[in-house]
Design a protein around this ligand. Sequence first.
Ligand code: MN
Ligand code: MN
Length: 473
Amino acid sequence: MSKKTEADLLKEKLLMTRKHGVQRLDEDKVKEADEFCEPYKKFLNKGKTEREVVNYTIKMVKKAGFTEFDVTKKYKPGDKVYVNNRNKALLLAVIGKNRSKNGVRIAAAHIDSPRLDLKPVPLYEANELGLFKTHYYGGIKKYQWTAIPLSLHGKVIRKDGTSVEVNVGEDPSDPCFCVTDLLPHLASEQMGKTMVKGFTGEDLNILIGSRPFRQDKGSELVKLNLMRILNEKYNIMEGDFLSAELSMVPAFSARDIGFDRSLIGAYGHDDRVCAYPAIMAAMNCKTPESTVVTVLADKEEVGSDGNTGMNSSFLRYFIADLAMQDGLEARHVLSKSKCLSADVNAAFDPTYPTVYEVNNSCYVNNGVVITKYTGHGGKYDTSDASAEFMGEIRRLMEENEILWQSGELGKVDGGGGGTVAKFIANLNVDVVDLGVPVLSMHAPFEVVSKIDVYMAYRAFLEFFCVKEKKKED
Ligand code: MN
Ligand code: MN
């Protein structure tokens, strides 16, 4: 190799290195990343709705010694607890040596993902086909949800108060469902429409069957036959759909992508790709200095409202419970607390370069992405992290050799989006977004890099395990 010029040396000293971040990792780290992602794929397959993620996570953490939080019990450093909020949101905490005296350290991810929810009265028959009406949940490009296999997940509360869990379409021997689309031969009118109008919300009807009830004469015999099958299998009546939460999600499993197997394609990376590393960090952080809290929130994809969303008080109440254990006020604990809002950002996609600003986009395989602010046009609807907190997190990444990059969501005025960061920041907590770059975000099949997933885990773990400065003790 030729000798470095003065310009080369000065560049090394003064300028940032971007891209090819993966080349800065040794083979062992790459192998660790690949291994970390094997159980993550299983987590994705087992948790396609927030209810399933809560259920699966509780099983995981119980094995690691977590017990259900009991407000009347006095906890000691190293104790591990969880709070189950209505089976749809979950808090994990590990009590630290300094408890909540210096604030707590929070990693907050969400476990809901875009999908098609069944309407309260979903079942109908049209032209001898049986269908479900849906109302989509979260930001989707509707055409992406047509002509792909879908599975049905959720819970039905029967008239008598008993309940039944539904999960059909995941096992290869199960039937699955789909939204039909128009054949190209007859789509000349549809193809002339804008993408928003080409496929509307009321077109997202799910095909669920086609055979009528025996050879009887009468109307709606396909619907009747389907209700008969549902009644046999789940012991439910048509009216029970009124008290149900049933969702259609993509039926495919998580798969490695690429000849090099460097990527994972799956439904629901946003935001299980941050939730899983944040759960693993809570499970593996031993006894931290300050108490650490992993938040798995629901309802992020629809604005975080509702009692399982981050805009509700469930986190604040839990911090108040922790503070009370230590004879402190919640507001004092919150004011000293720090949070990584664990959510994804849009990875630069070379097929659609015009929507990204190259210097401020994040790139697949370049590590965890730190997003100072989200929101839209003129920094609306976001909590812009302070220079001080950015500095603190940046040092944490550098000191622990965590591959990281900064990112902004697309070009200025190109659109926008938000995370739970602002809701936690509004509790007077220092917050910044940190997560994994995603290709095809919100599509039924999203793509992430294994290295980035692993770096998210490393980031949360080091954030939890941080050694506090002496003056704080
Ligand atoms: Mn998200
Ligand atoms: Mn999202």
